[in-house]
Design a protein around this ligand. Structure first.
Ligand SMILES: [Fe+2]
Length: 262
């Protein structure tokens, strides 16, 4: 049941009461001359009825929001536990999903998305948590290979966004999140994968995750190298403006990182 459902019910209850009140008041005007007391009592009764309808509606609405928030938090906790499993499979990335989700939130907080900001932020955060879920389908021998991958191994590695997106697409209402996951390795210049999308053909959420993902990958220890410091990582992001990343989003990320430092 959606919030819209409760609003429609509330408006319906209040409207019905107002109509009954008006019709009966009109009718009772005729009785007024006969009995002065009866119309007053009836009118008070209907005013109270409307008053209680409003209270019931607002209580229903509040209860709905509490249930919605509780379910949302339960969902997110469950997802975070699943994401921890993904990170556990690739122990070198440790808290990668959590870090990417944190950087994504920082970018979203500095975005101008108007009324939809909370909705966009939630979707991108969930997608960030699950962006590498498809690595479950990549054999450990490839995932934990410290050397250079062969072409066929690299092709398997590159299948993880599609595997992850297909799994997430099975959850009701997660189509958009699945699309964001599918395209998190696309590049602004069109040389990414799996579909070689270019510029704003790439879903906005995927553009955000791409920056957060790369920044965390550069600054974290990997099987093949030690993590680099944040200044070098930011320099790499700047060099990749308009090549790998949306230039405006890189600027927002740098601003977010600096705000956090202050
Ligand atoms: Fe990935």
């Amino acid at each position: 049941m959606s919030n819209k459902f409760f609003k429609i019910c509330g408006i319906f209850i209040i409207s019905v009461n107002i109509i009954i009140f008006l019709v009966l008041s009109y009718y009772l005007l005729y009785i007024w001359k006969i009995n002065m007391l009866l119309p007053s009592l009836v009118q008070i009764f209907f005013i109270l009825n409307i008053f209680f309808s409003i209270i019931v509606y607002s209580k229903m609405n509040k209860a709905y929001h509490t249930i919605e928030t509780t379910l949302e938090n339960a969902y997110l906790s469950g997802f975070e536990a699943m994401a921890a499993l993904v990170d556990a499979k690739d122990f070198y990335t440790g808290e990668h999903s959590k870090n990417v989700s944190k950087y994504v939130s920082m970018i979203c907080n500095n975005l101008n998305c108007g009324k939809n900001k909370k909705d966009i932020k939630n979707k991108v955060r969930i997608a960030a948590t699950f962006h590498d879920l498809g690595k479950i389908g990549v054999p450990d021998i490839i995932l934990k290979n410290p050397g250079k991958l062969s072409d066929s191994e690299y092709a398997i590695m590159k299948s993880h966004p599609v595997i992850g997106a297909n799994v997430i697409a099975k959850i009701d209402g997660f189509t958009e999140i699945s699309t964001i996951i599918r395209h998190h390795h696309e590049r602004w210049d069109g040389n990414g994968y799996p579909d070689g999308l270019k510029g704003n053909e790439i879903p906005f959420g995927s553009q955000i995750i791409s920056i957060a993902d790369t920044f965390d990958a550069i600054t974290s220890d990997r099987v093949y190298r030690k993590g680099l410091n944040k200044t070098i990582a930011l320099k790499i992001l700047i060099e990749e403006k308009g090549k790998q990343f949306n230039p405006e989003l890189v600027d927002i990320f740098i601003k977010s990182i600096n705000i956090t430092k202050d």
